[in-house]
Design a protein around this ligand. Sequence first.
Ligand SMILES: [Fe+2]
Length: 361
Amino acid sequence: MSEGKRQRILIVEDQRFYIDVLVRLLRDEYELIIAKHAEEALRRLAEDAPPDLILLDILMPDMDGYELCRRIKKMPDLEAVPVIFLTVKRDVDDEIRGFQLGAVDYITKPMSPPIVKARVKTHLDLKRGRERLSRYNQELEERVRERTHEVTRTQDVAIFCLASLAETRDNETGNHIRRTQHYIRLLAEYLKDHPGFRHALSEGAIELLFKSAPLHDIGKVGVPDRILHKPAPLDAAEWEEMKRHTHYGREAIERAEETLGTTNFLHVAKEIAYTHHEKWDGGGYPRGLRGEEIPVAGRLMALADVYDALISKRVYKEPIPHPRAVEMILAERGRHFDPVVCDAFARLSDEFLAISLRYAD
Ligand SMILES: [Fe+2]
């Protein structure tokens, strides 16, 4: 209810005398709804907006106050409305029963005017306080959501700018990072229930993979242009320098971790940057890791990266058609690529093609 409006009290009482007493005591401060029996109370509750408080006589013909209270507390709109029992009883068991049914208080008859006023006011104030707190919490949650969204957007943009910078230095195409990011998510979604991959591919982990994949070649900013842009095969020394982009990438992210503290995101980004050129048979770089020594993120990125390199035009080569690229990748099953990841790719190759067309250069 709004704060300025008079609070509404439903009085359920069958005896005229007590109704008159309550009306006299409360009518100046509150809006009163009178019901002379349980049926009438239920009808008013169904028709009107929920009251702020219910004063409920226990001894009534037909349905008594306990039963009515039980029904009220089952209604989702009304369960939070405080109920105060009006009773001549002074039996402790009866009081326990009332509290168990969800009542907040008792007023005994004959009624003492100051007690009636004080209890009604106390419980209405409490209810108003609860509502204010709940509104405040909702506002707070909403604000946190907005802020989180803003921070996440900023982070996404920063990552993308950074990755794009590395990318534009590397080759003239702009969409390699978009495509590889979608390939890796496709593979991860496919493999998330596989026993060998489950541990690394929770929903949150897949989101992190998707977000950090664009940074896989961030280390290329450290590789000289004459090597990056050489329109011919690299000689041995140049190739060694080119391979160092995995180190540069890892070091750049490590420096960020030293300054900012590590996060799951930075951890995955570092893993991808450092291990995406490792090969399943141990023939990759920089460390020559083998099989499952290579983190899942690196194994997925390896395939995504190679597929995209094959189907893309480079200064030194023409694009390879999709069917041929698929054959070439499958030929590397158990050599360059994890056999399970390769099998997943075989099943998903049409979707790889679709992604490559959606984000074509
Ligand atoms: Fe790379």
